[in-house]
Design a protein around this ligand. Structure first.
Ligand code: ITT
Length: 196
């Protein structure tokens, strides 16, 4: 199957393309299909993922996979959540990480619990849609660690691994991550061909 990975985030694209490898699908990107993607105005990751995937499938006539994801920090009542890509109006990953650290200043380690959430939506040109969700629990550090990954990875510490996502090679991040989990749910659904 030919599938458009409808994201303009290069970090996500890499992880999605790698994660889909077991299915042997031919993946194309928004570089091949330059679309003006719709504004993400949904209240949930599901709403936004479906909005993006359905739009891309309709515009291109291809099956389209969209990813809506983000970080929920308990001490901030779930912020930044669906606003993760534009938290505090900041435009770069580094600025958003600094802003998050400021918002959490004075919050002790045991109260810095957080989770990453990823919802994948797969939409077909005939209107059929599916969603797959993955989550991972961790903790927000007081300073960044590591240079891999993207986004909030240098601040997201996984106690069971003793490292941040930015300190892991891509295969290890995929083993634990919200996106890796959502991808495995999708792969499970397609392992014997398209689901009914
Ligand atoms: P598209 O909508 O084009 O896919 P985006 O980056 O705008 O790209 P989102 O609206 O889903 O995507 O925002 C998700 C944000 O959450 C992303 O920009 C990162 O800051 C953060 N994020 C999501 N997954 C992450 C991960 O695996 N590691 C670090 N940060 C992540």
């Amino acid at each position: 199957m030919r599938v458009l990975i409808a994201t303009s985030n290069p970090g996500k694209f890499q992880e999605l393309r790698q994660g889909l490898e077991p299915l042997g699908w031919a993946c194309v990107s928004l570089l091949d299909y330059p679309l003006k993607m719709p504004k993400e105005e949904g209240a949930t990751f599901e709403d936004n993922a479906l909005l993006k995937a359905a739009f891309a499938a309709k515009e291109t006539g291809l099956a389209a996979l969209a990813d809506d994801s983000g970080l929920e920090v308990d001490a901030l009542d779930g912020e930044p959540g669906v606003y993760s890509a534009r938290y505090g109006g900041k435009t770069t990953d580094t600025e958003r990480n600094i802003y998050l650290l400021e918002r959490l200043r004075g919050v002790p380690p045991e109260q810095r619990t957080a989770r990453f959430v990823c919802v994948l939506a797969l939409a077909y040109p005939d209107g059929h849609v599916e969603t797959y969700r993955g989550e991972v629990e961790g903790r927000i550090l007081e300073a960044p660690r590591g240079s891999g990954g993207f986004g909030y990875d240098p601040l997201f510490y996984l106690p069971e691994a003793g490292r941040t996502f930015a300190e892991m090679p891509p295969e290890e991040k995929a083993r634990y991550s919200h996106r890796g989990r959502a991808l495995r749910a999708l792969i499970e659904a397609y392992k014997d061909g398209p689901p009914p």
